[in-house]
Write a protein that binds this ligand. Structure first.
Ligand code: FES
Length: 570
C-alpha cells in the first residue's frame, strides 16, 4: 500500500511531527497508532438539537469497533448539524454552509478515509457534497428511520401530521386528539419514517453505491443498524488500502441509478436539488431534464407514505431497497455494473434479494403507481423548469386550468389563508411567491400550502398549488415546486396577479400563465429586486446561491478541490 495521506502529519521526524503526534497523545493514544495505518475520520452530525441524529455518538462507537478490527485508527469529529424541525428559518439555508464545514474539516485534517454519519434531511446532502469536493475514500452510514408511530391503535408517520392538521382546520378532528399525536409520532431514535427527504436520501446513498447494501432502511433501534455500522467501519479501512475514492463510485451511471430508484421508491422532490448539487461537486453533468427523461415514466413500487400507506420499518421487514434494485435490474432499467463501496457491482449486491411482503414492495409488472417519477414542467411560468411529484398528486388535477390566487410571501399567505372573505374556491390555483433560494432565503418547505378552511369544509383535500419553494418529502398534493427562475430573481412567478388564469398540464409537461407578453413586459419593467441581507452567512448565501434547477449550491462551491498537500503553519 502506498503511504497514506496522514503520514504527511504523523510520519514526520522533525519538530512538526512531534507537535502533530504530541498533542494527539493527550487523549492517551499510544505511539504505535501513528505508524502509517489508515486514519479514519468519522464525520458526525450528532446534536441534541437534531433529534433525528441524537443517537449518533453511540452509533459511532460501532463504527470505531469496525475500524479497529480492520487495523485502522478511528478519530471522530463533529460538523455542523442541521435539524429539520428546529432550525430557522429553514435547515436548507445552511446545507451549503455545513457542506463547507465538512469539506474543510476533511481536507485540513490528517484523515485518509471518511465515514459520513447522516440522518436528518439536509445532513445527508451536506456531507455528500463536502466529501465529494475532497474525493477521499468515503463511505456513507445513515442513522436509520424511527419505528412507526402509534396513535389510537394505528400506525402513523410524519405525513399524517399534515393530514391531521387539515382535519383540525376542517373541524373533523379535535385539537386534543391532535395534541396527543405529539406523544405518539416520534417514539424512537431515528429520522422520519415516511418516504420523506431523509429516507429518500438514505435510499439515494445506497442506490449511488455509497453505502453498504441495506443501509437505507434498517430502523435506527434495530441491532442490525449497529452491526452495519461496524461493517462500515471495517470496510472503510480496506477502501483506503484500495484507494477507492468517491469519484470511482459517483459516476454518471450511479446518478442515473439514483434517479431510477427515486421513482421506484416514490422519493422526495428534494432529491432533485440535492442530487444535482452532489453531482456538481464531483464533476458529473446532471440536470433537470435527466430527471424527467430517466425517471418520470417509471413506476412506483414502494407502498410508503406519502405515495402509499406503509413506513420505513415495514419497508425494511419487506426486504428494503435491495429488493427494489433487483426489480429495476430485472426490468432492464438499473445499470447493473455500477461499482459500490464494498467493491462489488450493485447487481452482485442485490441479485439474491428476497421480498417478504409484496403489499409493501410491488413488482415492476404490478406496481403501486405507473408513471410515478418526478416530472419536470416548463412554460412561460417556469422557463428554467419546475417539478411535481405525480405519485403524491391527485390524478384529476394533473390537467387543470384555474384562476390564480396570489400570495406575495409566506407572511402574506399566513395572514390571509384563514380569512373567510378570501376569494377562493377549489378550482383556483394557489400561487406563492418569494420562497425560493434567494427569496425566503433558503428555499423553505412551504410549497404545500394548507388549503383555506372554507374549501376544506366541503371535503376537498387537494388544490393545485404553485411556488418557487420546496415541499417536505413527507407532504403530498398537486403541488408544483421549484419554479425557476424564482420570483426574487425576477422570474415570471413574480409577474402573476390574482385573477390571471394558469394552465397546468403534467402529461404535456407544461405550466403556463395565460397573460399576453406585452402585459408581462409592463409588469417586468415595474418589478424591483428585494434587498440583499446586510451581513453574515445569509448575505454570502443570497449573493451566490444558484437556482434550484442548478442544485441551489453556491456558485463558487461547484466542483472539487481534492485533497492536495497543504502547507503547515508551525
Ligand atoms: Fe429529521 Fe424528518 S425531521 S428527518
Amino acid at each position: 500500500m502506498k503511504k497514506v495521506r496522514s503520514q504527511d502529519w504523523f510520519g514526520r521526524k522533525d519538530r512538526d511531527g512531534i507537535i502533530y503526534r504530541g498533542w494527539m497523545k493527550n487523549q492517551g493514544w499510544p505511539h504505535n497508532l501513528f505508524d502509517g495505518r489508515p486514519i479514519i475520520g468519522i464525520c458526525n452530525t450528532w446534536s441534541e438539537l437534531t433529534p433525528c441524529n441524537a443517537h449518533f455518538r453511540e452509533l459511532a462507537e460501532y463504527v470505531k469497533r469496525g475500524v479497529w478490527e480492520a487495523g485502522g485508527f478511528p478519530l471522530e469529529f463533529p460538523v455542523m448539524s442541521l435539524g429539520e424541525t428546529q432550525l430557522r428559518p429553514t435547515a436548507m439555508l445552511f446545507r451549503n454552509l455545513a457542506s463547507m464545514d465538512v469539506e474543510e474539516s476533511i481536507r485540513g485534517n490528517p484523515i485518509d478515509g471518511v465515514v459520513l454519519m447522516m440522518g436528518c434531511d439536509k445532513t445527508t446532502p451536506a456531507l455528500m457534497m463536502g466529501a465529494a469536493s475532497c474525493d477521499l475514500p468515503t463511505i456513507g452510514l445513515s442513522g436509520g428511520p424511527m419505528l412507526n408511530g402509534k396513535f389510537q391503535g394505528r400506525d402513523i408517520g410524519a405525513s399524517n401530521v399534515w393530514q391531521m392538521s387539515e382535519q383540525v382546520r376542517a373541524g373533523n378532528l379535535t385539537a386534543s386528539d391532535f395534541a396527543e399525536v405529539e406523544n405518539c409520532i416520534s417514539r424512537s431514535k431515528g429520522h422520519c419514517m415516511t418516504m420523506g427527504t431523509a429516507s429518500t436520501m438514505a435510499n439515494m446513498v445506497e442506490a449511488l453505491g455509497m453505502s453498504l447494501p441495506g443501509n437505507a432502511a434498517i430502523p435506527a433501534v434495530d441491532a442490525r443498524r449497529s452491526t452495519l455500522a461496524q461493517m462500515t467501519g471495517r470496510r472503510i479501512v480496506d477502501m483506503v488500502r484500495e484507494d477507492m475514492r468517491v469519484s470511482k463510485i459517483l459516476t454518471r451511471t450511479a446518478f442515473e441509478n439514483a434517479i431510477f430508484t427515486n421513482a421506484a421508491v416514490g422519493g422526495s422532490t428534494n432529491a432533485v436539488i440535492h442530487s444535482i448539487a452532489i453531482a456538481g461537486r464531483i464533476g458529473v453533468k446532471l440536470n433537470l431534464d435527466d430527471w424527467d427523461a430517466l425517471g418520470s415514466r417509471l413506476p412506483c413500487l414502494v407502498n410508503l407514505m406519502p405515495s402509499g400507506k406503509y413506513f420505513m420499518e415495514d419497508f425494511y421487514y419487506a426486504g428494503g431497497l435491495p429488493v427494489v434494485l433487483r426489480e429495476l435490474a430485472e426490468a432492464g432499467i438499473l445499470h447493473r455494473d455500477a461499482l459500490t463501496v464494498n467493491g462489488r457491482s450493485i447487481w452482485d449486491n442485490v441479485k439474491e434479494a428476497a421480498c417478504w411482503n409484496r403489499d409493501v414492495i410491488r413488482t415492476f409488472r404490478e406496481p403501486l403507481k405507473a408513471n410515478a417519477g418526478i416530472a419536470v414542467l416548463r412554460g412561460n411560468l417556469a422557463p428554467e423548469g419546475a417539478v411535481i411529484k405525480p405519485s403524491a398528486a391527485s390524478p384529476h388535477l394533473l390537467q387543470h386550468r384555474g384562476r390564480a390566487v396570489v400570495f406575495e410571501s409566506i407572511t402574506d399567505f399566513h395572514s390571509r389563508i384563514n380569512d373567510e372573505s378570501l376569494d377562493i374556491d377549489e378550482n383556483c390555483v394557489m400561487v406563492l411567491k418569494n420562497c425560493g433560494p434567494k427569496g425566503y432565503p433558503g428555499m423553505a418547505e412551504v410549497g404545500n400550502m394548507p388549503l383555506p378552511p372554507k374549501v376544506l369544509r366541503k371535503g376537498v383535500t387537494d388544490m393545485v398549488r404553485i411556488s418557487d419553494a420546496r415541499m417536505s418529502g413527507t407532504a403530498y398534493g398537486t403541488v408544483v415546486l421549484h419554479a425557476c427562475p424564482e420570483a426574487a430573481a425576477g422570474g415570471p412567478l413574480a409577474l402573476v396577479h390574482s385573477g390571471n388564469m394558469i394552465s397546468l398540464d403534467v402529461p404535456g409537461r407544461s405550466i403556463q400563465l395565460d397573460v399576453d407578453e406585452s402585459t408581462l413586459k409592463q409588469r417586468r419593467d415595474r418589478w424591483t429586486a428585494p434587498t440583499v441581507p446586510e451581513r453574515g452567512w445569509v448575505k454570502l448565501y443570497v449573493e451566490h446561491v444558484t437556482q434550484a434547477s442548478d442544485g441551489a449550491d453556491l456558485d463558487f462551491l461547484v466542483g472539487s478541490s481534492g485533497t492536495p498537500p497543504l502547507p503547515d503553519s508551525h
